[in-house]
Design a binder for this molecule. Sequence first.
Ligand code: GDP
Length: 462
Amino acid sequence: PTEDYENLRRRIYSNTKELWYYVHHELTKVIQEDNKAEKVQTILDQIGERKRSLLSDQQLFEELDGYHEWRQAEAANVSDLVQRRLHYLQNPPDCKDARKLICNLNKGCGFGCQLHHIVYCLIFAYATERTLILNSKGWRYNNKGWDYVFMPISDSCTSSAGEKVVQWPVTYDAKVVSLSFIDSISQKPKFLPLAIPKDLAHRITRFNGDPASWWIGQMLKYVLKPRQAMQKAINETIAKMNFKTPIVGVHIRRTDKVGTEAAFHHIHEYMAHVKDYYDQLELTRTVDVRRVYLATDDANVLEDARSKYPEYTFLGDPSIAKTAATHRRYTPLSLTGLLVDLHMLAMCDYLVCTFSSQVGRVAYEMMQTNRVDASNSFFSLDDIYYFGGQNSHDRVAVMPNDGAYQDIPFQVGDLIGIAGNHWNGYGRGTNKRTNMNGLIPWYKTADHLVLYPFPEYKQVPM
Ligand code: GDP
């Protein structure tokens, strides 16, 4: 398929939802103001049903267009190519001679945050053609270090012992460079997320609707290889769970996050999206059991969900949630639990979460590696997808907007720096041409993908 065809197909899908957010928001307001509440509710239910039918049809369209198998094969091939390039980078012919990048895993934050730190380092390594060396002694999730839990990120080059180390940014081409956390580097290179490699972009965009998170997912795929003992522990816990599809993954992040970095969200808010998913699925198939995999750091949530939603079957392990709570978090046992949760969430057909949480974002990134395209298989109750410390995330105007309502004006081609989507038909952003900040009708804009000329690793066969 051509890129235009693919972009149009995704656009129709996304804008159908945007229409729904708009109608839902407006009519909900009318309910509060007007005594014709019952009538309006009927209209809402009807529009909801029609929206589900529209989306369901469009999903079929994707299967019927004749490119289904092509997309599967292409996604597998490009992923394989990226993995082989990373393997080549990480296993230089002679480690002594290799240019290196050193990162310290011991960032004082949770595992999702640390994984994103590794992703940032690996992208940096890939962009600068340096072998990544990960220092992880005294790691908070396992004192003995990363390599004790996961396979080392190189088979042959894991240390820079005895070599002179220079702190990034370097003024000359130093052989061994050490990199600080993304939050504290002064000159932010253009190759950092959400940029993707230019040489692969035309391929990724043809099978995936969110190439930036796909690319980040590929980094996770390379580093997240549990060792045998860890894999066994994960498998044993999973075996007890009777995991079957269809299933929706729900991630509920509470404890220390609430009130500091994110708002509290009631179980009803998550379940409304789970219900919507199943209502849509039932238009094309019978669902005997509405399954939900529930991952959380709040030990009370699972029981609460089961009592409030008896018509759903909840999978999840209360002991995992217990060890995930703040005061028991940084232990090997809690890490096993989190890996189980992430693995399960990434296997679900659909994900409901809050992207303010790095756990929610990692689950989505992993989902992107498990299938051809997961970009329409999630709902985040708060933030749009982002990478902590990313360069500016823009949308480009594809239709003019005169800004006659509460929104800001823009012309076709204007870049708009995005702050977020309000899930009511509008987002907020700043028009980079006019510097005006305000509401933007989301459907008149498209994601602006940043392509960066990363090295092309010609030594690795296509
Ligand atoms: P964030 O704080 O949610 O953005 O993500 P971080 O990964 O940086 O820190 C949260 C930490 O809380 C995780 O690394 C886990 O240790 C724990 N945690 C949060 N949510 C879950 C969950 O659903 N399951 C498990 N097992 N642990 C969780």
